[in-house]
Ligand binder design. Structure first.
Ligand code: DGJ
Length: 736
């Protein structure tokens, strides 16, 4: 890991363990250009790549074709409205109503470690394990400074980029667009990978050829969303799971975003990522600064899987915090699918009693314990226990659960307000709304205007009071509607465009407060399932509920898409009852357990009502979780076969960092008449080691022999046919 500046070549070079990233300064006007990102290079001087000798370069020599220069040059971070017609990253409006930004290099600083981003989640690193380059650029007319930050890490290949805008002028300016990263490069027939979905179908992987023009994913819903994801990758067509080049960007942010690749007239591409400019306008007073969120840039020459493992390592080591970051999580049972709103103390204790006997370690009381909430029409904002349901009070319920040897967890939805609530009756102006318009309800609720300090303090205090009232060791922080009607009674007219970003900052502030005040709490974020499963939220909670779809087959796709970027340790995954409440499918209880094992593992069912045979399997599943979770949480993840692609079977593997063991999960979704076994290849093992199957009793049909690591990878292993659909098996390999 190293960052250097070569005075003579006017070139910065960032070297991560396996990659290099180069930035050059060009012309008398000191334009900052992107020169190279890819495999690690020994060469320091790549000025010859900058095309400065080609017409119409550069303005000091050819100012009559200035726009041609600006429209062609690979900018490191771009301005607006001066001749670069590609997507810009920074746009402003002055008090006089003018636009136009041009950035020139002014100075730089290189230092050990990484400074925190004020009010925002971001990766972190110690002085010994991380190094940062800060380049200050300036628009000399507006006196606007733009500080570009690049941090690299000794142990992973990521580059964490962010941007800070400082108004060094004498009057306010409106920032109408501040994206966080830009990367221009020649297009080598790249394909773009993105994640798409919907409620209960989050993060399906989509790949498309990059065509001329703009292709993007975005959210304008106030959260990162079920629909599209703040991630994009671009790769060569020949890149596979294990080989070939891939670039990626992931936004460490939980609100509106734009992730876009533009293929231009000259055969170059421009990839940009940042806060979506729609409905964004930030008034920056003289002397003030604006910090844009972080984008993680990744390059891997080890295929899609290499990119995935880099993200996993980065987030496990440099993003996720708190006592649970690398700790086994208690096996929980959540009452949502068990009871929905129909529960009381007795019912919860019945579930807890039975669950504790089976080895389950925590009871989570989901939605419906407060106000008079007996369905989803009321009471959000009234965070007082409904003693008609929780008779005897919360403290006594928690004590009873604790007596069973179980922990207790609770559900909140702090960002919301129901029209039918004491809170709304007292403060109707606390909802986000446009004055004079009928508010758009969703799930019969409004979003609280958390940009107002009095609102977030009030709600936070209610939540904290509940948490202080009993021994609560886990919180599920839910958020069940997307934002609309962007208007705030708390913001002046010229700051209404700040609402959406301020709302995200307010959420971060509340979660920061919560995690500081309750450092031992296990926090799980959630948003109508997995609508806010993003790296921003992972800074506050080590796990996030993946999806409201608990069907084992649907989960294969959802979890594979999620694990494309996020470590398995972060994926909230439960065994639910069948027929599955979402899709009506019946899958074997054992298979549901194998699929949930890829995440945090827990149960979402009425354990007093499920078939006895299923119930009897729970102690075994809990033991399986305890046996494998250290490996699943900490190991290297490999996708072997993807059911969403082949439609028949799914297979993934987690290999210990020291290659001493591996766990392979094989799910045969649909059976086919077959004459012989299916060959699968098992990568990631030590080619010089011999492996044996440890759990022979789980899969007696598989050939019991000794396997060499390279043979497992390149020659493969024969998977015997399994009778029936939705059948799962584990294969535990251990080095001898
Ligand atoms: C959405 C969550 O994803 C569910 O698990 C559940 O908590 C409901 N909200 C409760 O309203």
């Amino acid at each position: 890991m190293n960052i250097t500046y070569h005075e003579q070549n006017r070139m910065f070079k960032l070297d991560t363990p396996h990659t290099s990233y180069c930035i050059g300064i060009v012309d008398e006007e000191n334009f900052l250009g992107h020169v190279y990102y890819g495999r690690k290079l020994s060469e320091d001087n790549l000025t010859y790549l900058m095309r400065t000798k080609e017409a119409p370069f550069v303005p000091s020599e050819n100012n009559r074709d200035r726009t041609s220069f600006l429209d062609t040059f690979p900018m490191e971070y771009t301005g607006n409205n001066l001749g670069d017609y590609r997507e810009g990253t920074l746009a402003v409006r002055t008090l006089g109503g003018h636009t136009g930004v041009s950035l020139s290099y002014v100075s730089h600083r290189i230092y050990d470690g990484k400074e925190a981003l004020e009010g925002l989640p971001a990766t972190f690193g110690e002085k010994e394990s991380c190094r940062t380059l800060e380049i200050t650029c300036e628009d000399q007319v507006l006196h606007l400074q733009v500080i570009l930050s690049y941090s690299i890490f000794a142990d992973t290949d990521a580059i964490a980029r962010s941007v800070k805008i400082v108004n060094a002028g004498e009057e306010a300016v409106y920032l109408t667009k501040v994206l966080s990263a830009c990367m221009d490069m020649d297009n080598e027939e790249y394909e773009m990978m993105t994640l798409h979905g919907s409620w209960a179908r989050e993060r399906g992987i989509q790949t498309r050829r990059i065509m001329k023009g703009k292709q993007s994913v975005c959210s304008v819903r106030g959260e990162s969303s079920h629909q599209e994801h703040p991630f994009m990758a671009w790769k060569k067509k020949s890149t596979t799971e294990e080989e070939g080049e891939i670039y990626a960007m992931n936004f460490v942010y939980s609100g509106n975003f734009l992730a876009q690749i533009e293929a231009d007239q000259f055969g170059s591409i421009r990839a940009v990522m940042g806060i979506h400019p729609d409905n964004f306008c930030w008034k920056l007073e003289a002397g003030e600064s604006f910090q844009a969120p972080e984008v993680i840039c990744m390059y891997s020459a080890q295929g899609i899987g290499g990119m995935t493992r880099n993200f996993h390592d980065l987030y496990r080591e440099h993003l996720i915090r708190g006592i649970y970051r690398n700790k086994k999580r208690p096996v929980l049972i959540n009452n949502w699918e068990a009871t929905y709103f129909e529960f009381n103390t007795q019912k919860l204790l019945d579930i807890a009693r039975q669950a504790s006997e089976l080895g389950i370690e925590m009871l989570v009381m989901d939605d419906g314990w407060f106000g008079h909430r007996n369905d989803d029409n009321s009471s959000l904002g009234d965070w007082q226990v409904n003693e008609a349901k929780i008779d005897g009070g919360l403290k006594s319920l928690v004590e009873e659960v604790n007596k069973l040897g179980m922990k207790f967890g609770i559900w909140f939805e702090p960002e919301m307000i129901s029209p039918d609530s004491e809170l709304y009756r007292a403060h109707p102006d606390w909802a986000i709304q446009i004055p004079g318009r009928r508010g758009s309800l969703s799930r019969n609720q409004y979003v609280l205007d958390l940009t107002r300090k009095e609102v977030r303090d009030y709600v936070y205090d209610m939540v904290a009071a509940v948490l202080h009232s009993a021994n609560i060791e886990y919180v599920k922080w839910d958020m069940n509607r997307q934002l609309s009607d962007f208007g705030s009674y708390g913001l002046p007219a010229d700051r209404q465009g700040e609402l959406l970003h301020r709302q995200v900052l307010a959420l971060y502030e509340m979660q920061d407060r919560l995690t500081r005040e309750f450092p031992n709490l296990l926090l799980e974020n959630c948003s109508g399932g997995g609508a806010r499963f993003d790296s921003g939220m992972l800074y506050y909670s080590p796990q996030i509920w993946c999806s409201d779809d608990t069907d084992a087959v649907e989960r294969l796709s959802i979890q594979a898409g999620t694990a494309l970027i996020y470590p398995l340790s972060t994926m909230g995954a439960h065994v639910a009852d069948c027929p599955n409440h979402m899709v009506g499918r019946v899958t074997p209880f054992a298979t549901r357990g194998y699929v949930a094992l890829a995440g945090t593992f827990g149960y979402e069912l009425d354990v007093t009502k499920i078939p006895e045979a299923d119930r009897n399997m729970i102690p075994q599943q809990v033991a399986m979780y305890h046996q494998y979770n250290d490996l699943v949480r900490q190991g290297d993840y490999y996708r072997i076969a993807h059911y969403a692609e082949n439609h028949y079977y799914d297979c993934y593997e987690v290999v210990a960092k020291d290659k001493s063991e591996a766990l392979i999960t094989y799910i045969q979704v649909l059976n086919r008449p077959n004459f012989h076994s299916r060959r699968i290849h098992i990568p990631g093992l030590d080619p010089d080691k011999t492996y044996v199957i440890e759990n022979t009793e789980d899969w007696p049909e598989i050939e019991q022999t000794q396997y060499r690591g390279d043979a497992l990878h390149y020659a493969g292993i024969n998977i015997p046919p399994i009778r029936g659909d939705f059948q799962g098996r584990l294969l535990h390999l251990k080095a001898r």
